[in-house]
Design a protein around this ligand. Structure first.
Ligand code: ZN
Length: 204
């Protein structure tokens, strides 16, 4: 992925509980950390992530994103990440309103708006999630915050451009890169599609 031109490596951690699938945990992340210099963006699709934050920090995560639905002690979890000088993110599932992250925005480097139900790759992008991206970008602007807004799920050149127009600036691609014959070309196409798109205000 580094050779193909990816900027970050997005690592989907699933526990078989918060989502009905199991992927990998901190040991795998620690094992690949020395192999590549890319930013490690760890997306925790696990229940009560506060219990494992230290392990993911030690494994070499740069960004750690938790689900707002999964952790009742979010303030403590975010303070811990701040103390460790890690970039913190919060994510919302498709049925969770974006306002759920607003109380925590000042502690966040990034918000991840899921554009599919988390748990499995290869799903169809949900265009109705883009209104959440618009509302979030509007709220970040109101606060003068340079928030990273990430979209994850069904991202290809077409949907990346739509998400960029809504105000997203970090794009997670799975199938459209890993399923392509030429990953470098797929990444270049994605970057081109998302760049130079001016975000529109909410409601448009
Ligand atoms: Zn993810």
């Amino acid at each position: 992925m580094a050779q193909a031109g990816a900027d970050w490596l997005h690592l989907d951690v699933m526990d078989g509980c918060f989502v009905p699938n199991i992927s990998f945990g901190p040991d795998i992340i620690a094992a690949i950390r020395p192999c590549v210099q890319l930013t490690f963006d760890v997306h925790l699709m696990i229940d009560r992530p506060i219990r494992y934050l230290e392990r993911f920090v030690k494994a070499g995560a740069d960004f750690i994103t938790m689900h707002v639905e999964a952790e009742p002690q979010l303030d403590e979890a975010l303070s811990y990440l701040q103390g460790q000088n890690k970039k913190a993110g919060l994510s919302v599932k498709p049925n969770t309103p974006i306002e759920a992250v607003f109380p925590y925005l000042d502690k966040l480097a990034m918000v991840l708006v899921m554009t599919v139900e988390p748990g499995f790759g290869g799903q169809q992008f949900q265009p109705q999630q883009l209104e959440k991206v618009r509302l979030l970008r509007q709220e970040a602007r109101r606060r003068n915050q340079e928030l990273l807004i990430q979209v994850d799920g069904g991202i290809n050149a077409t949907t990346a451009a739509q998400a960029a127009q809504a105000g997203a600036n970090v794009f997670v691609a799975g199938s459209s890169v890993f399923g392509a014959a030429d990953a470098s070309k797929a990444i270049a196409t994605l970057k081109e599609a998302a760049s130079g798109v001016q975000p529109l205000p909410a409601g448009q």
